[in-house]
Design a protein around this ligand. Structure first.
Ligand SMILES: C[S@@+](CC[C@H](N)C(=O)[O-])C[C@H]1O[C@@H](n2cnc3c(N)ncnc32)[C@H](O)[C@@H]1O
Length: 241
């Protein structure tokens, strides 16, 4: 299942059974998605694949925050890196554990991570912070900065204000919406980030090594040729000061 397929189908007017099913499912929260559909995201993201080498170091220990059903956690593990996956939803962690019994997964909230300061040499947080209100986002970044060691690497992906879904649904506050019909997880809050906002948020604790946009979907790794569909994600590589 993929967000891109929803967009492609609706825009080209080519209604497949798949899209009809998704229309019934829209406005869902991740809890319902995991319960009813299971592991919708199975392959590691391109950003993860392109940057996993940055996590490789002596005595590496990585935390995958909001790991979902563990697609990226498994990929990091396969590279021989010690990794822990956490997600606030038991439904996701259950599936993650079934898929990879050798990996340590646990239920935890990114706003109150159950780990001591400086526990990790790297943190991965892919498409998690956007599901929060601004104050919660600041708290998550504080928590990430607390658990990662000086010199540790952060790999972070999130949604951009340039995404064409911005503005759909009910506006909660600046760049923040709920009930986005074209998103499989439209029942979740979505905060759309500007570059400046991300740099200001992370720059308090991290040196930004790279920040760039991509328009391919993290959910299925495909490119879209349809110019009216803009799936715009930020990808950030940062190093803890
Ligand atoms: C879009 S999914 C991404 C999952 C995974 N990072 C991936 O790329 O496959 C968002 C996930 O973040 C989790 N999540 C959202 N807020 C969270 C929080 N405060 N603490 C932990 N997990 C959270 C959700 O439960 C969901 O599994």
């Amino acid at each position: 299942m993929s967000i891109l397929e929803i967009s492609d189908g609706s825009i080209k007017g080519n209604k497949t059974r798949f899209i009809e099913e998704l229309e019934l499912q829209h406005h869902k929260k991740w809890k319902e998605i995991y319960k009813e559909i299971g592991a919708v995201q199975t392959e590691p993201t391109n950003f993860m694949k392109e940057n996993v080498h940055l996590l490789l170091k002596k005595d590496a220990r990585v935390l995958d925050i909001g790991c979902g059903t563990g697609r990226n956690t498994r990929y990091i593990h396969e590279k021989g890196i010690e990794v822990i996956g956490v997600d606030k939803l038991e439904e996701a962690i259950k599936i993650a554990k079934l898929k990879a019994p050798d990996i340590h997964f646990e239920v935890a909230d990114a706003q109150t991570l159950p780990f001591p300061d400086n526990s990790f040499s790297g943190v991965v947080c892919l498409h998690v912070i956007e599901h929060h209100l601004p104050e919660e986002i600041r708290q998550i970044i504080r928590e990430i900065a607390r658990v990662v060691k000086k010199g540790g690497i952060l790999l972070l992906s999130t949604v951009s204000v340039r995404d064409s879904a911005k503005g759909n649904g009910k506006r909660l506050c600046d760049n923040t919406y709920i009930g986005i019909e074209t998103f499989l997880d439209g029942g979740e809050i979505h905060h759309f980030f500007t570059r400046t906002e991300l740099i200001n948020l992370l720059g308090k604790y991290f040196d930004i090594i790279d920040i760039h946009h991509s328009t391919y979907s993290n959910f299925d790794q495909l490119e879209t040729e349809d110019s009216s569909v803009k799936i715009a994600h930020w990808h950030v590589v940062a190093r803890k000061r």
